[in-house]
Design a protein around this ligand. Sequence first.
Ligand SMILES: Nc1nc2c(ncn2[C@@H]2O[C@H](COP(=O)(O)OP(=O)(O)OP(=O)(O)O)[C@@H](O)[C@H]2O)c(=O)[nH]1
Ligand SMILES: [Mg+2]
Length: 294
Amino acid sequence: MTFLSGYIAIIGPPNVGKSTLLNRILGKKLAIVSPRPQTTRNRILGIYNGDDFQMVFMDTPGIHRTRTALHRSMVASAFAAFNEVDIIMVMVETGSGDDPEISDILNNLRGTGKLCFLLINKIDKGSKEKLLPVIADYGRRYPFDAIIPISALKGDGVGLLLDELKSRLEPGPQFFPEDMETDQTESFLISEIIREQIYYHMKQELPYSSAVTVETIDDISRKGLLSISARIHVETDSQKGIFIGKGGRMIKAIGRSARLELEKIFGVHVYIELMVRVEKNWSKDGRALRRLGY
Ligand SMILES: Nc1nc2c(ncn2[C@@H]2O[C@H](COP(=O)(O)OP(=O)(O)OP(=O)(O)O)[C@@H](O)[C@H]2O)c(=O)[nH]1
Ligand SMILES: [Mg+2]
């Protein structure tokens, strides 16, 4: 039996459902998801194993036109994925055809010569009739090796996508041990889950001005308890005030929902201590970015 393997990137504009697809394929939450754009900031691997194959999926930050140092680093890491994988999956929504990001993505694809699928996501939202002209239009714009409509949220088309991917894998090594599901550390995943809750609790630009680092994790296994201390970094004193909220109400609410989510993921009781710290203009400063993991 020949072992098949490959790296497969999920690329696309923000908010189209890339992280949702990664989680759907792996059958668990590896990547955070939110209704707002630019949620994912780092590349995340999800390792999908079969008896005779291994697919290494790479979730990437949404590609958008941007100015700040943080967003430049996010977009650069997404574009770098083009060169590092065997198969590229470009994900769009039915409505995203005219977005300038799509042209940027297609222009970058042209030079790669790599196998490339187009995934049209969120088909559970629109009508089937609208899909056909979209498929035809994308087919004209780029010679995709396959165009596959899916719903990452509901799972429609995802089985078909996996079959199609498997049929295109080449003989290759098992890159990661069988029991490894992701390249993320536990502490990175925890910081991401806290960041996810910030997207749900904070309005407007505030999530984009925040970063989370985990300072300590105490695994008190005998008591079935994970005790976490983490910091939320914001850019100004006034943001700090809003994150803490009246009488600490906001920070408590973020901590509580992150705790519930982490208890679901780890299956143990979780205790979280959250602190808010001002790191002036961190999203515009290269050194601060590196310190915070970007
Ligand atoms: N109706 C519907 N909603 C979806 C589907 N897939 C994802 N979503 C929703 O779209 C939003 C964005 O999903 P994400 O997975 O965070 O999107 P993303 O492409 O990773 O976004 P960035 O990380 O910001 O680039 C969330 O509210 C998801 O629940 C789908 O198939 N159908
Ligand atoms: Mg994402």
